[in-house]
Design a protein. Structure first.
Length: 245
């Protein structure tokens, strides 16, 4: 009898555990995404999001929303190696961040063998600019903005000529990457970068979506539908060995 009672109790505990697991599974999308059910579809497109601040070699405070470059790099490698992934969509809404980390992400995106399309929503500021132009084709929302400004240093700064030479070399790396991967002229980029009077407490320029297209920084104004259509077009042309314009 004792064995039967123990078996019954064990079965009841297992049923309770199973029910709690189901509840936790149902609650997880609510807690993580704010909705009861997520659409599940097999896709040949990998979506990479660059949000908040690009975190580099230093860990930012916990209240900051960050994109960690040590998380981005393995994702890019995995997407490149996965045969089921035929294209990548990069969504940006970032305030910028670490220069070298941002350039590392941008370099990896620009050297992917698969078609890539970037979409700037909200903002693609500072080091977010090289990441946006690294894709094969770029869109920006009509209401989005991009802030172009000189790089800065945090922490200890030694007042010697070598410090300023280092800053100048770092600045040239950013300028060279942007001009090599967009249609913006170097003279115009530097004009925006070193402009005074546009930003209240900084040097630089706030570039609106249509103006970013006008000056050749971004290729078109559009949204998610436009970005996916362009990406699918490039995937189709890559399959048939066509040349992309």
């Amino acid at each position: 009898m004792d064995q039967i009672s123990n078996l019954r109790n064990q079965n009841q505990m297992n049923e309770i555990g199973t029910e709690e697991a189901k509840k936790n599974t149902n609650l997880d999308p609510v807690q993580q995404y704010g909705q009861t059910q997520l659409p599940s579809t097999e896709s040949n497109i990998y979506c990479l999001t660059i949000i908040g601040q690009v975190e580099g070699h230093l860990v930012l405070p916990p209240q900051n929303k960050t994109t960690k470059y040590e998380h981005m790099i393995p994702q890019l490698v995995a997407a490149e190696q996965n045969n089921r992934i035929e294209g990548m969509l990069i969504i940006l809404n970032t305030v910028g961040g670490d220069v070298e980390a941002g350039l590392a992400i941008a370099e990896m995106i620009s050297t992917l063998s698969k078609p890539t399309v970037a979409l700037v929503l909200g903002g693609g500021h500072s080091i977010g600019v090289p990441i946006a132009v690294a894709a094969d084709y770029s869109f920006i929302a009509d209401t989005a903005t991009m802030i172009i400004h000189p790089i800065r240093l945090n922490g200890l700064v030694i007042g010697v000529p070598q410090t300023f030479e280092y800053l100048d070399k770092m600045q040239e790396r950013v300028i060279r990457f942007i001009t090599n991967h967009s249609n913006m002229k170097e003279e115009k980029l530097k004009e925006f970068m070193f402009k005074t009077g546009d930003l209240a407490r900084d040097v630089g320029t706030v570039v609106m979506g249509p103006d970013a297209v006008k000056h050749g920084l971004i290729q078109a104004v559009g949204g998610i539908g436009d970005a996916l259509s362009e990406l699918n077009r490039r995937i189709a042309e890559r399959k048939i060995g066509g040349y992309l314009q």
